[in-house]
Design a protein around this ligand. Structure first.
Ligand code: KG4
Ligand code: ZN
Length: 342
């Protein structure tokens, strides 16, 4: 195995990112640079990511992010061993910006080009941060993703289950909207929940009693809406305590579902390592429940630092390193894929 230093490029949703990661065999991987430019402000007025605005912003900022990452790493492009880029799944305009840019750089420099699946990037992050051995179970929970993966190799993923409707982050965001809290909803709901009584308002735990690892969060969100309307009936608005109790009840329901389904994923697979990633993994109640579950089962619990759990390009560079070693490079016909199941 050789040392490898790769540039990673990520532009599949609403973050434009570039990073440089080096791996010397036998040593911990090093993130030499990681630059993430979020687009939250550009989309704020629209209540969600607008694909056309995202695509334009990626096209405008991607060169800048790459230059900034190379400057941070103190390396010229020619000192690298390859270019890894998210080739899907995601918003096609953004993915195309990244793939076209990576192809241009690869064509100009002759460097190998490696197309990476965005979800593989998230799923391999625990190896970047904790050098965990295969196999491990990965719970990806963010605004756009919700799935359990069994990870057996750099390109060997088995989906054990996932949400059949909304991702949990999406549910946190919608509940925040229903309760008049700011976006992103996760941190706002968590802060309110700290003042609330999780047991006061009964809320459903969808699919909890079904076998397997599938989950559903859309009905839970609707139940919060109904409960809110019930509590507001006859009043001008929602009382402070009612809002806090709804947040606490909702958060407890999500934590219950994620914890129980994680228990099943671990028991059914017999795997000894468990990792979480995605913005929702920042939730302190969810995190502590998952940690307690793992401690009880004697399973190691890995939660990469938040900056590497949410969208970034270091995970793409790292997945590129692992996959390049295993299968070599792609050629310049690499295409951008809006859908790309693992
Ligand atoms: O991974 P991420 O940054 O972006 C993608 O979805 O790709 O995740 C963002 C999501 C948002 O829905 C946000 O509300 C949620 O993660 N989130 C949280 C918390 N912090 C962020 N959800 C629950 N509790 C939190 N503390
Ligand atoms: Zn992501």
């Amino acid at each position: 195995m050789h040392s490898l230093t790769l540039l990673g490029i990520e532009s599949s949703c609403d973050d434009t990112a570039a990073a440089v990661v080096r791996h010397v065999p036998g040593a911990a991987p090093q993130i030499l640079a990681s630059v993430v430019e979020g687009q939250t402000a550009l989309h704020a007025a629209f209540g969600g990511v607008v694909p056309e605005i995202a695509a334009r912003a990626h096209a405008e900022r991607i060169d800048h992010c790459i230059e900034a990452a190379l400057a941070q790493a103190g390396l010229p492009l020619t000192a690298l061993d390859g270019i890894a880029v998210t080739a899907g799944p995601g918003l096609i305009g953004g993915v195309l910006s990244g793939v076209m840019c990576a192809k241009g750089l690869a064509a100009a420099t002759g460097l190998p080009l490696i197309g990476v699946n965005h979800l593989a990037g998230h799923a391999l992050t625990p190896r970047l941060t904790d050098m965990v051995d295969f196999p491990y179970i990965m719970l990806l929970v963010s605004g756009g993703h919700c799935q359990f993966l069994r990870v057996d190799g750099p390109a060997d993923f088995t989906r054990l289950g996932g949400s059949i409707d909304d991702a949990p982050g999406e549910a946190f965001d919608k509940v925040a909207k229903i309760l008049g809290l700011p976006q992103p909803g996760g941190p706002a709901v968590q802060a309110e929940a700290a003042q609330g009584d999780a047991r006061r308002i009964p809320l459903p735990r969808p699919l909890l009693d079904r076998p397997g690892c599938d989950m559903s969060f859309s009905g839970l969100k609707t139940a919060v809406l109904r409960a809110r309307d019930g509590l507001m009936a006859g009043l001008g608005g929602l009382r402070q305590q009612d809002r806090a109790d709804l947040c606490a009840g909702f958060q407890r329901a999500v934590a219950d579902v994620l914890t129980e389904k994680s228990r099943r994923a671990l028991l059914d697979s017999g795997v000894a390592h468990f990792a979480v990633a995605g913005g929702v993994a920042a939730n302190t109640e969810i995190r502590s429940r998952l940690l307690a579950l793992c401690e009880g089962l004697g399973v190691s619990f890995l939660a990469p630092p938040l900056a590497l759990c949410t969208d970034n390009a270091a995970m793409i560079a790292w997945a590129g390193i692992e996959q390049f070693r295993q299968r070599g490079a792609d050629d310049l016909t690499l295409s951008a894929r809006p859908r790309w199941p693992l």
